[in-house]
Design a protein around this ligand. Structure first.
Ligand SMILES: [Zn+2]
Length: 81
């Protein structure tokens, strides 16, 4: 007996996504050494954040600006202080 074209994909368990999943990490490029730095984010701190972080590679402080998009992804930009 052969069953044809009858796959059980098990995808009928759909969860509701009422609240967005905000990104918990993002990366910026250091304005001094050009390294890509991955930083953890704190979604509970608001949808627009800015702070100064020393580059772990070259130790130059970068001013980081984080903004969350409507879809929960983070936009991060940096500039030298
Ligand atoms: Zn750097």
């Amino acid at each position: 007996m052969t069953e044809h074209g009858h796959e059980n994909d098990g995808e009928d368990e759909e969860r509701e996504h009422d609240d967005l999943e905000l990104a918990e990490e993002a990366s910026y490029v250091c304005g001094s050494c050009g390294e890509e730095i991955v930083v953890p984010l704190d979604p509970s701190a608001g949808e627009s954040q800015s702070y100064v972080e020393d580059c772990p590679v070259c130790c130059v402080p970068n001013e980081i600006t984080v903004e969350y998009d409507e879809d929960g992804s983070a936009r991060i930009s940096s500039r030298l202080e």
